[in-house]
Write a protein that binds this ligand. Structure first.
Ligand code: FES
Length: 207
């Protein structure tokens, strides 16, 4: 009889459908794993390869730190500037602290706040005249050179200049061991005020 139930033929038609569904689910799963892997890997790849591709010298610019009078001779004080890389929407993340040391009437040192080991913010201790890192005990002398602990070098330093009685810092991208703190002199863009260029506190021609 033609209307008799035939399990064998049912199984034969069901098997390809199940196989297709399993195949489909496998592809979806593999796709999700792939997307997850990319999301995890992207920041790591960015960290590793960004320095090679980033035109980091061009991401720095001169930022007004205020009148020189607010930095007493012989003292090291904290100053904060707005990072030029990010827009105003970055909020407090846009505010970058740095240590300003005024060595004399005309000489300054400006240090990145980040420890040269793993980047924790270092603190200045006036009594001992030392910078200390709270993370792993890195210590630096007042001129930023390494005193002890795990940091492989001294503190990173900014370029600076005094123009019209104001201190300017060449700020922007944060340093790491691939991106040194100081910009090669030839790559520094002059500060321009009222159409006049300045480098090292002196007037220069701008193109
Ligand atoms: S981050 Fe400063 S000593 Fe490790």
């Amino acid at each position: 009889m033609s209307d008799q139930h035939d399990p064998a033929s049912e199984s034969a038609t069901a098997t390809p459908a199940k196989g297709n569904r399993r195949n489909f689910m496998f592809k979806i799963g593999a796709g999700l794993v792939g997307i997850g892997g990319l999301l995890v890997a992207a920041p790591i790849l960015g960290y590793v390869f960004a320095p090679a591709f980033s035109n980091w010298e061009k991401r720095r610019s001169w930022i007004d730190l205020g009148g020189v009078k607010q930095f007493p001779v012989g003292e090291t004080v904290l100053a904060i500037y707005k990072n030029p890389i990010f827009g105003p929407t970055a909020g407090e993340a846009n505010e970058i602290p740095c240590w300003v040391r005024r060595k004399s009437e005309t000489e300054f040192q400006i240090f990145y706040i980040n420890c040269a080991h793993l980047g924790c913010p270092v603190h200045w201790f006036e009594e001992s005249k030392l910078f200390m890192c709270p993370c792993h005990g890195g210590v630096y002398y007042e001129d930023g050179s390494r005193a002890s602990g795990p940091p492989p070098r001294g503190l990173f330093e900014y370029d600076w200049q005094v123009v019209r009685d104001k201190l300017y810092v060449y700020g922007g991208e944060l340093p790491n061991l691939q991106i040194p703190g100081k910009t090669p002199k030839d790559d520094i863009t002059p500060l321009t005020i009222d159409g006049v260029g300045y480098l090292g506190g002196k007037e220069v021609k701008t193109s």
